[in-house]
Design a binder for this molecule. Structure first.
Ligand code: FAD
Length: 405
């Protein structure tokens, strides 16, 4: 095996992996970069999978993310899984048996959907994470008279329910053990408004309800709830959270309790040559309370990649520049029916003190989330005017001193 200390291996070929490769070039890294991804495709955009693609309004081809010209010489090993990392030896092993030595490693393996383990048939039960998932679900939603049960009233569950209603699906019911949809990230005020909006557009909710199992022989025909009642279902969508793809990192003494723990520079396990980006990275955000968290928003792969690439390139180029701690302003959006949720900052940290900044929860509304009396996040629910209103608070949120200061 020849030692190639100049190679950076990026594990995971989605948004985080692509942005890491591009940002390594932007940070002045001229050595080899190999991106290894287990999906057969070049990186593509996931958000439309639960919206435009499922609705048949965007062709699959429109999702492709094209690498920037500076990253044109990056090597892509697609349809190939990293099965093991040996950090002390600086090698990764792939499922085709090959071993890649590296000088630098970027962890960008993201998440996969969590599945329910309760008894019942698997056929007719779907998740939405990949192109293949969206294709399969789209075909099923086209079944005439289909009754759809969505399990989980988080982002993806609410988006899929909205898309299904828009497609004219006969019955769409969302089940969740919590009392309101998306109450975790949004808090009660906006979660209540969100529920009303969904119900006005035809979505039914079974809230405060757990799932005990599935009915059916060859394929699912119903969802059995914890109280013994049954919701008839031809198609079931499980959107009950996600699991980090970190098994390949086991055996290296890392904290893999929820994604991979990083320090404030996105370095993994105290190693300057290993960084993590995107959904899989559990990082402390110096803007807030310093508690390490994973953040599954589209903005995070780009933000983490920019910072991690600078850290890694600077180390491998021998400079080890002292960078300020990573302190991104998280942002997310979610399109449901004819409205949008647009968020800046960390609303979940200010859920106990939510104030209406503009509008009315019964109509378009902009809400401010406060911790210790300070604004830590804003969320708009409604049309374009509301979402533009949220953007106006971006600068203010960026100017706020760190929460721990
Ligand atoms: C349906 C859907 C809708 C979304 N909508 C929104 C939205 O409206 N707004 C928003 O802000 N965010 C949204 N998101 C979130 C956003 O898409 C994610 O934050 C983003 O895709 C994360 O990118 P990533 O590269 O970190 O991880 P991922 O996209 O999960 O990519 C990780 C890649 O690594 C591969 N991989 C895993 N293990 C291995 C291995 N051992 N070896 C090689 N490859 C491996 C995976 O197959 C995958 O291709 C949505 C996500 C989904 C799934």
């Amino acid at each position: 095996m020849t030692e190639l200390p100049g190679r950076i291996v990026v594990a995971g070929a989605s948004l985080g992996g692509l942005r890491a490769a591009e940002q390594l070039r932007a940070a002045g890294w001229t050595g080899a970069v190999t991106v290894v991804g287990d999906e057969p495709h070049m990186p593509y955009n996931r958000p439309p999978l639960s919206k435009e693609v499922l609705a048949g309004k965007a062709p699959f081809e429109s999702l492709a993310l094209t690498p920037k010209p500076a990253a044109a010489d990056v090597e892509w090993r697609l349809g190939t899984k990293v099965v093991e990392a040996r950090l002390a030896e600086r090698t990764v092993e792939l499922d085709d048996g090959s071993v890649l030595p590296y000088g630098g490693l970027v962890v960008a393996t993201g998440m996969r959907p969590r599945r329910l383990s309760c008894p019942g048939p698997l056929v007719g039960r779907h998740t939405v994470r990949t192109l293949a998932d969206a294709r399969a679900l789209r075909d099923e939603l086209a079944r005439p008279g289909a009754r759809v049960v969505v399990i989980g009233a988080g982002f993806i569950g609410c988006e899929v329910a909205a898309t299904a209603v828009g497609l004219g699906v006969r019955e769409v019911t969302v089940v969740d053990p919590l009392p309101l949809p998306m109450v975790g990230p949004l808090g009660e005020l906006l979660a209540r408004a969100l529920r009303t909006r969904h119900e006005q557009r035809g979505v039914r909710f079974a809230l405060g309800a757990t799932v005990a199992g599935f009915e059916g022989d060859d394929r699912v025909t119903g969802v059995v709830l914890g109280d013994g009642s049954v919701l008839a279902a031809d198609v079931v969508v499980e959107s009950v959270g996600s699991v980090a793809n970190v098994e390949w990192l086991r055996g290296n003494g890392l904290d893999l309790a929820d994604g991979v723990l990083t320090d404030e520079q996105l370095r993994v396990g105290g190693r300057p040559e290993v960084v993590a980006v995107g959904d899989v990275a559990r990082f402390p955000n110096a803007r807030y309370d310093g508690v390490a968290r994973r953040v599954e928003h589209w903005s995070v792969p780009s933000d983490t990649a920019r910072h991690a690439a600078r850290v890694l390139a600077s180390h491998l180029n021998g400079a080890d520049a002292e960078l300020p701690p990573f302190a991104p302003l998280p942002t997310f959006w979610s399109d449901q029916h004819d409205f949008r949720l647009q968020s800046f900052g960390a609303p979940a940290l200010g859920r106990d003190d939510v104030r209406v900044l503009d509008g009315d929860p019964a109509d378009d509304v902009l809400a401010g989330y406060h911790a210790d009396g300070r604004l830590v996040g804003v969320v708009a629910l409604g049309g374009q005017a509301a979402t533009r209103g949220a953007a106006r608070y971006r600068a203010q949120l960026l100017r706020q001193p760190a929460l721990t200061a």
